[in-house]
Design a protein around this ligand. Sequence first.
Ligand SMILES: NC(=O)c1ccc[n+]([C@@H]2O[C@H](COP(=O)([O-])OP(=O)(O)OC[C@H]3O[C@@H](n4cnc5c(N)ncnc54)[C@H](OP(=O)(O)O)[C@@H]3O)[C@@H](O)[C@H]2O)c1
Length: 333
Amino acid sequence: MANRPVYILGLGSIGSFIAQSLRSLAVPPPVTLLVHRQSLFKELSANDWKLGLRVGEAGALKQSSGFNAELLGKTNSSTSPIRDLIVAVKASATVTALEPFKDRIGRDTTICLFQNGLGQIDDLNERLFPDPSTRPTYMCGVIRHGVYLKSASEAILSGPNGCVDVGFVDGDSTRRDRFLVDTLVRSPILRCTELRKADLIKVQLLKLATNCVLNPLTALLDVRNGELLENSALQPLQRQLLEEISAVFQNLPEMKNLDYDRSQFSVTSLETTLHDTVEKTAHNSSSMREDVRKGRSTEIDNINGWIVKRGKELGIDCPVNTCLTQLILAKNR
Ligand SMILES: NC(=O)c1ccc[n+]([C@@H]2O[C@H](COP(=O)([O-])OP(=O)(O)OC[C@H]3O[C@@H](n4cnc5c(N)ncnc54)[C@H](OP(=O)(O)O)[C@@H]3O)[C@@H](O)[C@H]2O)c1
């Protein structure tokens, strides 16, 4: 077990943070960084494959080392099977990022997606792993840390009190290999808790509802999160978004047999969760606002776009979510 490597795909803020959390364990697993850009490979290798983390800009720099690395597309790239894979690319890049590794992924692989948004697993199954008998097992991590990169080899964690909820999200409990989840929950800095499937899906949906309001509105208006509570002209729009989202959530077939309190998806409850997050992050600039500002593609298809898609399947009209999705896509052109 001690020599079983954990692979990490997506070496931005979250991927770098998780890589360091794993290498700084008392008994760390080998960690292999899957690097997709030659320039990033050069930058990390110039720093002797050390990754640094500060808690707060002024915090002490803690460095982790001993990483292995593979550069995508190199002629002698490894073909060895990948058992444990953490994916921390943006939701919209998931299929493209995993495509080069699909032949190394099979029914013995556990993939943990550390991402915002929903729909990535359906996309992976449809486009890369169509055969249910050879598909990987999926886990998801819901991140409540704030992390950004100062450079490729230095991440800043906004504070020590964030946390992660993690767990298995697909059906067949007999196929679950616990190595990855047991490794993740050992990390004191990740502050990772394993949730049962019903609880994890509920947490994902509540986070999605908040992101569906916060991300596109802050991006379109180019404001910090706190503006959503201060600007009374935005309240009716926020309520309409949440009404559509609540209707979709309450009719999702995958939630039908799960044991959870349905009132958590009422409009009032979603609104309380949203207001709580906006108050706590009032001074923050949302990731979608930053993506739009920097001309990068956004995660809108996996946020409001997912509500629209599921609404269509369920016969529930979601005109306000559709409109915001289209406006964000138009901004990106
Ligand atoms: N950062 C946070 O505080 C935070 C908090 C909660 C949730 N999240 C969520 O966590 C996820 C990751 O966020 P992040 O902040 O870490 O994003 P990020 O900093 O943009 O990192 C994404 C990384 O993926 C890389 N990438 C893009 N395409 C790739 C490909 N085809 N193959 C391999 N790597 C590829 C990017 O490289 P390039 O530089 O070449 O683009 C980048 O290094 C997102 O879903 C985000 O919403 C983040």
